[in-house]
Design a protein around this ligand. Sequence first.
Ligand SMILES: Cc1cc2nc3c(=O)[nH]c(=O)nc-3n(C[C@H](O)[C@H](O)[C@H](O)COP(=O)(O)OP(=O)(O)OC[C@H]3O[C@@H](n4cnc5c(N)ncnc54)[C@H](O)[C@@H]3O)c2cc1C
Length: 353
Amino acid sequence: MTETPILVVGQGPYGLSLANYLASQGQDFKIIGKPMELWRKHTFSDASLRSDMATSEIADPHQAYSISTFRQSKGGQTGEPTERITVKEYRQYIDWVFAQIPYPLQEDLVEKLIKHQDHFVAVMESGKVIRAKQVVIATGVAHHLNIPPEFKKARDVIHAYHVGRIEALRQKRVLVVGAGQSAAEAIEVCRKNGNQVDWYSRKAPKYYSEPLDLPKWIFDLVVQSAGLFRRLPPGIIKRLFAIFSATTMTPDNQTKLSDITRLSKAPGLDAYDHVITATGYRYSLNHMKFLGKELRESLKMRADMPRIDKNFMSSMENLYFIGPPTEAFFGPPMKFMIGSQYVAPRLSQILAK
Ligand SMILES: Cc1cc2nc3c(=O)[nH]c(=O)nc-3n(C[C@H](O)[C@H](O)[C@H](O)COP(=O)(O)OP(=O)(O)OC[C@H]3O[C@@H](n4cnc5c(N)ncnc54)[C@H](O)[C@@H]3O)c2cc1C
C-alpha cells in the first residue's frame, strides 16, 4: 500500500492540468489513469480537433505546454491561436508534453474507491492499493456513453467512442445515428473503408467551425465566470446550455455529406450489420461503478450527479469532481478542455490548504 495526500484519478486534460499546477507548487500527489486515453484511442485518426489551438492546450501555470512552443520545438511555424489542429499532430503534441512533465504518470485504473475513516482507499486494476487523504475524480466521458434504448436491439451497436471498432469495419451495412461531429466523422471513415452507409438523425445538423459559436470576449467571460454559473437565473442557464451544448458539425462536413441522404425517420434496424450511435454522453454517478456503492449512496445529489460546491468538493469531505460531468455546476465550458484552465489553478490552491 502506498500513501499520498492527493490522488488525482484521470490522466485526461483535466487531471493533467491539475497535476501541472500541483507540481509547480511542489505538492506531493499521485495521478493515475490511462494517459490522454480519449485523445490517443477514442478520436478518429484522420479528424481535426473542434476546439482551436489556444483552447486545446494542457494548462500549466507557466504555459510550458503551449502548442506554439511545441511547434517551434519541431522547427515549425507557431501558427494562429484560432487554427484547428489535426488529431495526428495533437497526438504528437501529447507525446511532447509527456516527455517533459516533471512527475510520473502511473498507468492504471481504479477498480474500487472506498472511504475508510478519515481517508480514501483506492484498489487498482493492477492489484496495487493507494491510500489518499484527498481524491479528485477526473474520469471524463468514458463511463457515460449514451445509447438511446431504441437502438439497443440492433444486431450490433457501436458507440462513436469506440473509434477503433468503427475504423476496422469493411464492406458492412452501417447505420450512423446522430447530427454532430462524431456522426460526420464516422460516416466519412465508414465510406472511405468501403462500407455501405445510411445516416439517420431526427434534426438537420447545424454547421459551426467552433464548438462554442461565440465572439472571443464573450467566450472568455463565460469561462472566467464559471464559478458564478450556479447563481445565474434558470432562464439564462437554459439559454447558455442551448448555445454551448447545441449539437454541431464543422462547416467542411456540408460538402462531405452532400451526397448522402439524411433519414429523418428511424429505418428498420434489421437491414444493418452495425448501428453506430454518435449520440453523445449522459452523466450519471451510477455509471461510475469504480466508486464503491456505499460511497456513491452516501453522496448528496443534484439530478444524476453528486452535488459539488464552489470548490469542486462533493458532500463527502475531500472528495472532488471535475471535468465534463460537472457542467451542471460550472456551466458548459466544462464540456471542453478550456474549462480546465478555470479548474486547475483554483483547485490546486484548495488542495494545498
Ligand atoms: C470524440 C470527442 C471529441 C472531442 N473533441 C473536443 C475538442 O476538439 N475540444 C475540446 O475542448 N473538447 C473536446 N471533447 C470534449 C472532451 O471530453 C474534453 O475536452 C476533455 O477530453 C475532457 O477531459 P477529462 O480530463 O475530463 O477527461 P478525458 O479526456 O475523457 O480523460 C479521462 C481520464 O480518466 C481516466 N479514467 C477513467 N476511468 C478511470 C478509472 N476508473 N481509474 C483511473 N482512471 C480512469 C482515463 O483513462 C483518462 O485518463 C471531445 C470529446 C469527445 C468524446
